[in-house]
Design a protein. Structure first.
Length: 542
């Protein structure tokens, strides 16, 4: 047993040595986490109607705003480069990092207290289309999330940042899976008796577990947390760097709140449709885009600080093409197979056909920007690796304002349905990424754009041809071969169509000599290595 524990610990805290290896670890764990998340959504749409789920999802809006500002704004992008820098240069690394954690925690405490008191005034403003009973429930659930969930998620993500800065990714990737499982179990066991309170309790328990399961990270990376508020100069420098990113998130969260407000005016259940379609689109974005972004930041920071600009440029082009090679076909498949995909993920007994069709349409419009949305997370990390948080902020400020303006125009001006919110998001996100690429190109004085465009053209042509063939196959199979009124047949339809799509796409990629297809070979090799390590753990026990 001791041998098993020792080998398991070595495997979990092994430092990764390349972006591909790190991305693979994060991607596999992200897949498990997202699948657990979609099991959670499936359970929710089976237990509650889309009108009832409006309350549940809307209750997260204010807690999510605080979380995104503190974690996405201050931690995930700025914290890791600073942690790496202080680790290399400062003897007081633990005190400096502890001071930053304590300042953020203090800000969190003050924010939570203020918001708990102001919720009765804020919630009616951002949900004007909801009834008074719904608003009362949203206020109660939001308070529970602010007090019970938020502190543990914030502290847990500090542990995640420390672990990723050390290039160990497995334990932080397991934590979200545990978080989702807690919500699933609580909903199954208590939804009949506690109504929407059941998943809320699951969220709180999951957040506590999310934090507790990552505590061993502190010992593994030899980090000693201290209850201090010293080294204010370094802390001020950190927050000055983080401020533009924090402001970007604030603006983005205001935009997300505008989407909530507009969705409540589009009819009961519209916000649930928007929320579910958005999170289905985020499945490949998180598995590929966020994984690349999180895995790349420590490596990009190291390479740039060592002055290896040529290698830095090569990594940018290679990573962008790898992301696009993986996400462009996913976006196309989501568009041609949107309805069966939505039915598979969200086909609960209380999720009606009208909700299914509207969610499928909304997913299609979200999918238009899926590849560039995935690229966004990597490109912003390129800027953060050399402590430039201002450029992404100014670009996001412009494109988020565009998104808000288009959303108002489409819904209130042109009276378009909820899918128009996804269309405005896709337009603004695409423009954001194009501008990020232009600015990073100028910042580091040139990227191989000609090669980048040539490879992209081949990826698009390959995806288009594959999509046309798969579309006709789905039309042939749906009804003639599979009775898709049953969930198992919807699953089989997607398996057959997905297998055909993947096979044709890889074959045409080989025909067109798309070099990025060999990233799959690299990932398979790394997967075999990890499998061997796991086998060795259990062989050691025997």
């Amino acid at each position: 047993m001791n041998n098993l524990l020792k080998r398991t610990k070595e495997f979990i805290f092994t430092q990764q040595t390349s972006i591909v290896a790190s991305t693979l670890v994060l991607a596999w764990m992200m897949i498990l986490s997202r699948l657990a998340g979609f099991v959670r959504y499936r359970i929710l749409v089976g237990a509650f109607t889309k009108e009832e789920l409006d309350i549940f999802f809307a209750a997260f809006r204010i807690p999510d705003l605080v979380f995104e500002v503190l974690i996405i704004g201050a931690l995930s992008t700025t914290f890791i480069p600073y942690f790496i820098e202080y680790q290399k240069k400062s003897k007081d690394q633990s005190k400096i990092i502890s001071s930053i954690i304590n300042i953020v925690s203090l800000f969190l405490f003050v924010s939570v207290i203020i918001l708990v008191l102001l919720l009765p005034f804020i919630i009616p403003l951002i949900t004007p289309g909801f009834t008074e009973d719904k608003i009362t429930l949203i206020i109660d659930y939001s308070r529970m999330l602010l007090l019970g969930q938020l502190p543990f998620l914030v502290l847990g993500n500090f542990l995640t940042g420390i672990s990723q800065a050390k290039k160990t990714f497995i334990l932080p990737a397991i934590a979200p899976i545990i978080y989702n499982l807690a919500i699933i179990v609580s909903t199954i066991l208590f939804s009949h008796s506690l109504y929407l309170l059941a998943p809320i309790i699951g969220v709180i328990v999951g957040a506590v577990l999310f934090f507790v399961i990552q505590l061993p990270i502190l010992k593994a990376v030899n980090f000693r947390y201290q209850f201090v508020l010293t080294h204010l100069k370094e802390s001020i420098r950190f927050f000055k760097t983080a401020l533009p990113r924090i402001m970007t998130i604030v603006v983005a969260q205001i935009d997300a709140t505008v989407d909530l407000t507009l969705a409540t005016l589009l009819g009961s259940g519209s916000y649930t449709i928007f929320y579910l379609a958005q999170h289905l689109q985020l499945l490949p974005v998180s598995i590929i885009g966020m994984s690349f972004g999180q895995a790349s930041l420590p490596y990009l920071t190291d390479i740039y600080q060592e002055g290896k600009i040529k290698e830095f440029k090569n990594i940018i082009i290679t990573s962008l093409l790898n992301i696009l090679f993986l996400t462009v076909p996913v976006a196309a498949f989501f568009i041609i197979a949107r309805t069966p995909t939505v039915r598979l993920f969200y086909g609960g007994e209380k999720f009606d056909w009208e909700g299914t069709v509207l969610t499928a349409q909304t997913l299609s419009f979200f999918s238009l920007s899926l590849p560039l949305h995935s690229v966004y997370y990597f490109l912003t990390r390129c800027f953060y690796s050399f402590f430039d948080t201002k450029t992404p902020f100014y670009i996001s400020l412009f494109t988020i304002a565009l998104n808000a303006g288009l959303s108002v125009l489409f819904t209130i001006g042109l009276h378009l349905p909820v899918w128009s919110l996804a269309l405005s998001f896709s337009i603004s996100m695409s423009l954001n990424v194009v501008l990020l690429y232009i600015f990073i190109h100028n910042k580091i004085k040139g990227l191989d754009t000609i090669y980048f465009l040539q490879e992209n053209f081949k990826i698009i042509i390959t995806t288009f041809n594959t999509s046309v063939l798969t579309y006709f196959l789905i039309k042939l199979l749906d009804g003639l071969i599979f009775d898709t009124s049953r969930t198992i047949n919807v699953f089989l339809l997607l398996v057959v169509a997905g297998t055909f799509f993947t096979s044709v796409y890889l074959f045409l990629s080989w025909i067109f000599n798309i070099k990025e297809m060999y990233i799959i070979t690299k990932m398979l090799i790394k997967t075999r290595e990890y499998k061997q390590k796991i086998v060795e753990i259990y062989k050691g026990v025997e």
